[in-house]
Design a protein around this ligand. Structure first.
Ligand SMILES: NC(=O)c1ccc[n+]([C@@H]2O[C@H](COP(=O)([O-])OP(=O)(O)OC[C@H]3O[C@@H](n4cnc5c(N)ncnc54)[C@H](OP(=O)(O)O)[C@@H]3O)[C@@H](O)[C@H]2O)c1
Length: 169
């Protein structure tokens, strides 16, 4: 059973992330690989939905992504971003999303939300990658794999990656 944020009631929380074998997800506040099909996958899954992201991830993207409601989480009481909703805690962010949201990173936000997620969409990059942001360690035995799609690309860099979906047991 997953935990529930106090007062949030019924929820549907998905985490979406691309991570290397050594759990790297970022470097210098950007993605450490180029994988256009993964960006398409992200777009297809999140389109029309609410997305919750940390302030640093928002700065990395630099703009609200079209067709989705972006909730940026920050501790800065003065921060305002045109085209985005602002929340000062994860429970506040979830409330703005009616408790149905994609958690889209980064490392800090994933670590705080993994215990509350129902479903994980992980793009598993099949190699170690150097970086300075990593996906939180979590107990995979409490999740079951429900789908895996194996993909490869030659350009813009050779990469094998798997689109994997895990559901909480
Ligand atoms: N591979 C992927 O799928 C993926 C996805 C997303 C991001 N990334 C990467 O992840 C890296 C960024 O991750 P990160 O951990 O450095 O930053 P982050 O999680 O994006 O943002 C951290 C910021 O969120 C705010 N925050 C965190 N917890 C909060 C809370 N409980 N209440 C209120 N505000 C809170 C704070 O903002 P303030 O400082 O404004 O208070 C904090 O500095 C980048 O390299 C990015 O490219 C990778």
């Amino acid at each position: 059973m997953k935990n529930a944020y106090p007062g949030t009631g019924m929820s549907r929380i998905a985490i979406i992330v691309a991570m290397a074998k050594n759990r790297t997800i970022g470097v210098n506040n950007t993605l450490p690989w180029r994988c256009p099909e993964d960006l398409k996958h992200f777009k297809a899954l999140t389109m029309g939905h609410h997305m919750i992201m940390g302030r640093k991830t928002f700065e990395s993207i630099g703009r609200p992504l079209p067709g989705r409601t972006t909730v940026v989480v920050t501790r800065d009481p003065a921060l305002k971003i045109e085209g985005c909703l602002i929340a000062h805690s994860l429970p506040e962010a979830l409330k703005l999303c009616g408790n149905h949201a994609f958690i889209v990173g980064g490392a800090d936000i994933y670590a705080q939300s993994i215990d509350y997620a129902d479903i994980l969409y992980i793009t598993e990059i099949q190699q170690d990658v150097d970086g300075d942001a990593h996906f939180t360690e979590f107990d995979l035995s409490t999740w079951r794999e429900i789908s895996r799609e194996v993909r490869t690309q030659d350009t813009p860099q050779p990469l094998e990656y798997h689109f994997v979906t895990y559901q909480r047991n």
